[in-house]
Design a protein around this ligand. Structure first.
Ligand code: NAP
Length: 260
């Protein structure tokens, strides 16, 4: 396992912007399976700094692929490969990204598909505990607990995906020998305000502090696919089960809140 800024016991430091280091670290590890979850995943930064983010998100993956030519390559993509005009989408719907992040993910998918042994996992709205507390649910919880208002895009459809379930599903898919493209997301496609209300309720917080606002009024540089959403029938068929629905996953998240 590699890490970037936060040291992991037994892990090897690796900055994906350092392409020579990638060749060295991956070459020395000689992996059978490479799971590339690291990315500069901030949509706005991708739009503002396409060259720097592309070096980490796309060029680094090319270097990893070159350094481990026979490994199974597992990569994470996004519903942002779609334009969000006619979601929810199935795995074989044509891609048409409308921002730089989405275009980078299309290129990530291309690099993975260049080899037979690949697994592309498109995810959406991942939530769970993390040190950085940057996902939608942790941000909502932190704001509402502080009795501050929290702005929620009123016009976005998402497929909330519980991180612990996603991690287990990735391992299961690899163990099953799955290959190709999967929508690895939760079982519900929801309006974002509905998901925000469910998160507030699960944590016993005041949903009256949520401010709904159209995406166009949020002052974002990168256009967002609004009616996206990922259909997950193939994932459910392959695993024999889906990921946990939001009520269950949010309750489990509340129960397992780490001390700060
Ligand atoms: N979260 C979602 O809702 C969502 C939706 C669609 C797709 N995805 C995709 O899923 C994958 C995982 O996303 P995530 O939500 O876990 O992202 P995240 O919370 O932002 O974590 C990104 C990880 O990448 C590491 N990283 C960033 N820059 C790096 C660099 N230059 N070199 C090495 N490591 C670097 C970070 O380490 P440091 O913190 O130490 O820098 C962090 O561990 C990404 O490919 C993302 O695009 C996520």
């Amino acid at each position: 396992m590699t890490f970037h800024r936060d040291a992991v016991p037994g892990g090897v430091p690796l900055d994906l912007a350092d392409h020579d280091a990638i060749a060295r670290v991956v070459g020395e590890a000689r992996p059978d399976i490479v799971v590339v979850a690291a990315a500069d995943a901030f949509v706005e930064r991708c739009e503002r700094e396409p060259v720097a983010t592309r070096a980490v998100n796309v060029e680094a993956l090319r270097r990893i692929a070159d350094a481990a030519p026979n490994a199974l390559l597992v990569v994470f993509s996004s519903e942002y490969v779609f334009d969000g005009r006619s979601g929810p989408y199935a795995e074989d719907d044509p891609v048409s990204p409308i921002n730089e992040y989405g275009r980078q993910k299309v290129d990530v998918e291309r690099i993975a598909r260049d080899r037979a042994d690949h697994l592309i996992l498109r995810v959406s709205g991942v939530y769970g505990w993390s040190k950085a507390r940057t996902n939608f649910v942790t941000q909502l919880v932190d704001k509402l607990r502080a009795r501050e208002r929290f702005t929620v895009p009123s016009d976005q459809l998402i497929t909330p995906t519980p991180a612990p379930d996603l991690a287990r599903a990735v391992v299961e898919l690899v163990d099953l020998g799955a290959r190709g493209t999967y929508h690895a997301a939760g079982p519900e496609i929801l309006e974002r305000p509905e998901f925000a209300r469910r998160a507030a309720a699960a944590f016993g917080l005041d949903a009256g502090l949520l401010d709904l606002m159209p995406t166009a009024d949020l002052g974002l540089k990168a256009p967002r696919p609004l009616r996206a959403g990922l259909r997950t029938e193939i994932l459910r068929r392959s695993l024999g089960h889906g990921l946990a629905p939001s009520a269950e996953a949010l309750a489990a998240m509340r129960e397992r809140e780490p001390a700060r």
